[in-house]
Design a protein around this ligand. Structure first.
Ligand code: PLP
Length: 365
């Protein structure tokens, strides 16, 4: 039986019921609108759209950023699949780029090389997607500079980095448009749901229109283009609100667990995902490489037999059959991360940090 899950949020029916009661007699759209306002305050982004998932947010982000079928989209190969699937939905072609050695996020040097090559070949680069893997911020100075220089929109996939910062600004709000996820295992959850943020009010207005079946503002049903059913449910919005109320506690809990893993794990030879000086890390999960000849599978088997969950690091997207046709740039590091790394569990959100880490660290020994 698993007693320390990777990342588990207990459902809090009482807090949910309190929020729902506070909206009794009001139109349920108000819950979603209020959540969007709260997210705007919390993230510092002036424009927010609440949607059904991080994946749908990414699908909308690509479209409002102007990515068309046949365009090239630059994305990390070391990432979760949902980062890139929406690029395929819109008919774009993926260019998968390896990580840099410190943060294990997309390497700006390789991104520049990829953009220059594509431009030289006369190909249109529709967007660059940046992921802050496991909550560790990517080098947004370099990546945003490349985006500006080559007029390529930068889409930040901040699904795993809600609360992390770059130069003090929330990840997701630094590029041209940003994506958050509130799925079941995220730090702040709605057991589903996501959000889109941008300083570009027109983009968010367009995404809002597309997310509600592209219905024109007329007294009858009129649709000039094909849209989607991507609006967030009010129940999900209410749940995300309950989580925002306890956000400092949820954040602190993960920071504390990550801190002990790093301090104690270092003594056992683990190598941790690095954080750049300008990055503020709000951990989703703690990612590390194993020392010596230890293999992730053997360590995970050991942890599992002690009731502890862990996961291998992302299997690179270039090695996934689904993306075998994608162009790629420099793949050695992401392959090494997959071969040698794992993520350590955060456990259930109602269990204290010492209880989680003591079990995991003793099993790791
Ligand atoms: C990096 C990344 N992008 C996108 C997503 C998709 O979010 P969702 O599960 O809400 O669709 C996730 C998480 O699932 C993720 O980790």
């Amino acid at each position: 039986m698993i007693t320390v899950p990777l990342s588990y949020n207990e459902i809090g029916p009482d807090t949910l019921s309190r929020v729902l009661k506070s909206y009794a007699g009001r139109h349920h759209e108000e819950i979603i609108r209020d959540l969007e306002q709260k997210l705007s305050v919390v993230t510092g982004s002036p424009n927010v759209l609440a949607v059904t998932s991080g994946t749908s947010a990414m699908h909308l982000a690509l479209q409002v950023a102007g990515v068309n079928a046949g365009d090239y989209v630059i994305a990390p190969t070391f990432a979760y699949v949902a980062t890139v699937s929406p690029a395929i939905y819109v008919g774009a072609r993926l260019v998968l780029v390896d990580s840099e050695t410190k943060t294990w996020n997309i390497d700006p040097v390789l991104v520049r090389r990829a953009v220059e090559k594509l431009k030289h070949e006369g190909k249109r680069v529709g967007a660059m997607v940046v992921v802050h893997n496991y909550g560790v911020p990517a080098d947004m100075d370099e990546l945003a500079a490349i985006g500006r220089e080559f007029s390529v929109p930068v889409i930040e996939d901040a699904a795993e980095s809600f609360g992390s910062t770059w130069r003090g600004k929330w990840t997701g709000t630094i590029g041209d448009i940003g994506v958050y996820s509130f799925n079941s295992n995220k730090t702040i959850t709605g057991f589903g749901g996501g959000a889109l943020v941008s300083s570009n009010a027109d983009w968010i207005a367009k995404a809002r229109y597309l997310a509600a079946h592209a219905r024109s503002n007329l007294p009858y049903y009129q649709h000039e283009v094909v849209g989607y059913n991507y609006r967030m449910s009010p129940i999900t919005a209410a749940y995300v609100m309950t989580q925002l109320q306890i956000m400092p506690l949820l954040f602190e809990r993960r920071r504390s667990i990550d801190g002990v893993y790093r301090a104690e794990g270092k003594k056992q030879g683990l190598i941790f995902q690095g954080i750049l000086e300008l990055g503020g890390f709000q951990p989703w999960l703690t990612a590390c490489l194993l020392p010596g000849s230890l293999l992730p599978k053997n360590v995970l088997d050991k942890l599992n037999s002690a009731g502890i969950e862990g996961r291998r690091l992302w299997k690179p997207l270039h090695a996934q059959p689904a993306f075998r046709h994608a162009e790629s740039h420099g793949l050695a590091l992401s392959s090494h991360l997959f071969d040698r790394g794992l993520v350590l569990p955060m456990g259930p959100d109602n269990v204290t940090p010492p209880a989680v880490v003591s079990e995991v660290l003793s099993a790791l020994k």
